[in-house]
Design a protein around this ligand. Sequence first.
Ligand SMILES: C[S@@+](CC[C@H](N)C(=O)[O-])C[C@H]1O[C@@H](n2cnc3c(N)ncnc32)[C@H](O)[C@@H]1O
Length: 494
Amino acid sequence: MATQMATENSPANLNHIYFFVNSQAADTARDAAHNHSPTLPTLSRSASPSAGSSDGDSGSGSSSSSNSALNPLAANFEPTGYVTPPVPAASKLYELREIGGKGLGLFAISFIPIGTCIIAEQPLLHIHENALHLAWGPYCRLSNAQKKAFDALHFHKSNHLHLEHASRLNLIDHTDHSLDAEDVEELVQDQVRVMGTFACNNFQCGKGLAVFATTSHLNHSCVPNVHHSYNPTINKQTVYAVRDIQPVEELCTTYLGGQGAYYVRAQRIESLRNNYGFTCACASCLDMMGQSDGRRELMSAIACGLQVFQYGGRSIDAVPFVPTSPVMALKQAEDLICMLVQEGILSIELCKAYRMASMLALGLGEFERARDYAVNEAEVERNCLGTKLDDLVKSGAGAACWSEKVREAMVKAGVLPLEAKVKKPKTAQKKLADKLRRQQRTARKAAEKEAQIKAEKDAGKEQKAAEKRAKLEAQREEERKRKEYDAAFPGLKG
Ligand SMILES: C[S@@+](CC[C@H](N)C(=O)[O-])C[C@H]1O[C@@H](n2cnc3c(N)ncnc32)[C@H](O)[C@@H]1O
């Protein structure tokens, strides 16, 4: 099943982490072929490119500084610590455009710095199970505007999904017997269109699957510049820039997640053709980065070897690179990090590799190294997923929890004083939020003071007016009494 793909080849005890990152791989072709209610290929979690080249368009070296910062074996490597993510721009960062051979796609219209949240949106159509025929009911309940957005998504009829068959089965329970054969055929074709559209545009969304009005227009690259994932804390699909993106670059995610990141070109071509009907022409597929296949093959073997090592296993023919000692394992984990960066895979697989290196370093008592890798993991995690990660924190799986464990181990080992805290500088957003809060507080106090002065003034005015009224009233009363008196004693008048 597709869901199993996400964790294959991941370091063994890391399989539980990043649970909410889209984890379904797209190569469900063989499974789906046996299914009448087809399970879906799912646009899966992404990785990202690094030094310079992306899929065709830019190839700029804008991200090279972050690359060396992420590369522990680089001569100038320094743990990058907490970089301040950019403040989200108020203006729109991208636009939807036609691109030759790909249909529609999203393009940057301004510079998008690494770690920027580009999209955060709720599902357009969500189904709770991985069963394609379930899309029809919710589709029928969409508003006209939502239907229009859905119908604007790409349609692809995969040979591996028996959509007509599924549609006819779907109709058995619901067929209105007043329908003639032509109506039934029309209904079948409508369902095929909805299922086909859903199949090639869906993302993992919690336990279910969903399509999105904007995110579903993201095209694929094996060296993507954005990372998509469902964030249960905010109940939104988010898309983050995993490297600096120049204006006019196309925003591309990867449809191949988990082990898919390590697929060689032939495997990727097969999977993408079967499920989405296209042949990728990204930098990696055109081998513009050199040795891409060899590197991915090696990364796959190392990741697999490290996984077996975690379980205490040994090398066998199928898994040749199982390290024989923790020192060797750490070296391999570092090699994996380097290769991921060289290959332009800078998201969750890189987080896992950093975690693996950090764990191994900690096991070897190399505390500083363990901490540096933990810090780098946190940085990559934040670039991909942002900071609203309550669910990840609650699960104890995120980078912050691991950093805390490293800190505790360092305190226990006497390397850090007890009161030492992992320094967590304020992010730009936090600084901005604090500033806004301060400004709001000041404005509120000023408004309160003004209101008080006005109230006092009003009260003063009111009192004066009352006194004046009373005085006037007294004068009138006196006048009235005098008139009465004059009337009673006219002789005394004057
Ligand atoms: C989720 S949709 C992406 C958006 C789509 N291009 C549109 O017009 O809305 C998936 C479809 O886009 C096309 N596509 C995605 N990535 C592509 C790529 N790298 N090269 C060519 N076509 C691609 C394929 O037709 C695929 O089935």
